[in-house]
Design a protein around this ligand. Sequence first.
Ligand code: ATP
Length: 281
Amino acid sequence: MEYALQVKDLSKIFGQQRALQQVSFNVKKGEIFGFLGPSGSGKTTTVKILTGQLLQTAGDVNILGKPASKMKDADLGKIGILTDNSGLYERMTVKDNLEFYAKLYRTPTERVEEVLKQVGLADEKKKQVKKLSKGMKQRILLARAVLHKPEVLFLDEPTSALDPANVQKMHELLLDLNKEGTTIFLTTHNMEEAAQLCDRVAFLHEGQIRELNSPKALQHQYAKKTIHIELKDGRLETVGNDAAGAEKIYQYMQTDQLLTVHSDQPTLGDIFIEVTGRKLA
Ligand SMILES: Nc1ncnc2c1ncn2[C@@H]1O[C@H](COP(=O)(O)OP(=O)(O)OP(=O)(O)O)[C@@H](O)[C@H]1O
């Protein structure tokens, strides 16, 4: 198995504050991995350590096989980062902003046109950044993060300030990048986003991982063992998700009384509450 990220027993203490406690997980190459947790749970601290911006107190963090703390320029070129501390030059045009960063990353400036098309901003390239909407600015930041074609892309709450249409657009872009082979590490407190995008998710609570699996496997694991049925005469019944329940449903079908059948499928949000005892947002 080839891993993009390997994290073992990662801890971070700020003064008296334990931000992360023995966090361990691996991210496979080509995966979209979701790191989910409420405010203050340690998501940004993790991203900062993974991207070499902050040193851990203890534990091992490897990116593409090398320790994060020892990344050199050539290694940094393999990662892209999108966080909310923008760094865009508001008075410069979209194109000039990206060309500035292309030069900084030693990427051919022709790549700017390519990413602008990819994020749907080719028509906006001559506009000043300050004249663009929040959703557009976020797409410029994504364009900037992928200018140098990183192998691993880190996104810290990429959609938290966006409206539903822009969230959808962002999701499509991320799925496209992933299809091209980019590994994505995403922090979010949006459970629907995680369920829609992520191959696997980790639930972070008070600096510790409390669950880690694919959204489907978690939904299966935490599924309620009941099925709700509605009969044609309006009666509602709940039966067990077992042989006796199946027999009852079968009888209602045979006598043509059955209208609808619903299983209790928990959302990721329901599961997070069950696991941690608290809501995400
Ligand atoms: N530089 C710092 N100095 C002291 N404490 C810090 C520092 N950075 C983070 N912390 C603390 O570490 C804990 C985790 O913070 P972190 O920013 O990683 O959480 P988060 O999950 O990203 O939250 P949010 O969703 O609000 O961004 C919090 O209790 C926070 O107050």
